[in-house]
Design a protein. Structure first.
Length: 219
């Protein structure tokens, strides 16, 4: 009961988390009501992951100050300069984008899109996630103005949301892509991963401090 009350207080305090959970519930409702299989849902969460990467890229470029604590390039510490900010943003975009290109190749091999795919439902779910992450970006933007988030953590957090996809590859191969049990496990793991990574990301924001040396310098 105490955990339930704590979660209720958290979602009331963080509207972006509540919107994120709601967008996941929309996907779960569509998947169960329309009897989608894992392959359909994986296209949705692949698209959501792309959306997340896009807003992380924007967030890095939008930072007014940040910390490079624990962040190393070529095994060397770096200074919190504008050049570090820009190069980190573009490196993230390239690495994250390539990672998802590999997943795209896998998904195309698993199921080539055809007329049997629920394109309308998938599009509506992706729209829900786009609105959710756009709201989260703008809702929490001011926190980044008052804090110095760790740029390394910002780049790392999105990858944690992809872990359920790895489980899905195993589950889909073991139970079959049309297994309702495998679908429910995947939906649960994906929603849980979204909430945990969201909470971890915002805990890092709240814990961040702004020492004078962590203001981006130079060009």
């Amino acid at each position: 009961m105490e955990l339930k009350a704590d979660l209720a207080r958290y979602f009331r305090a963080d509207r972006s988390a509540a919107v994120l959970v709601l967008s996941n519930l929309v996907t779960i409702a569509f998947a169960l009501a329309l009897k989608w299989d894992i392959r359909d849902v994986m296209w949705i969460y692949w698209g959501q992951s792309i959306i997340i990467g896009f807003f992380v890229f924007l967030r890095i470029l939008d930072l007014k100050q940040f910390s490079t604590e624990g962040y190393r390039v070529n095994d060397r510490p770096v200074e919190p300069t504008r050049q570090t900010q820009r190069s980190s943003a573009w490196f993230f975009l390239f690495h994250y984008g390539f990672f998802h290109f590999v997943y795209l190749v896998f998904l195309l091999g698993l199921m080539t899109p055809d007329s049997s795919m629920p394109f309308l439902g998938i599009g509506l779910c992706l729209l829900a996630f786009l609105l959710s992450h756009a709201f989260s970006f703008w809702h929490n933007r001011q926190r980044d103005r008052n804090r110095a988030p760790k740029i390394g953590c910002i780049m790392f957090f999105p990858y944690g949301r992809i872990i359920p996809m790895h489980f899905t590859i195993i589950l889909g191969g073991w139970f079959g892509p049309e297994s309702t049990g495998a679908l429910l496990i995947f939906l649960f793991l994906k929603t849980l991963a979204d909430v945990i990574m969201h909470m971890a990301e915002h805990a890092d924001r709240d814990a961040a401090s702004l020492p004078p040396s962590d203001t981006p310098r130079g060009v």
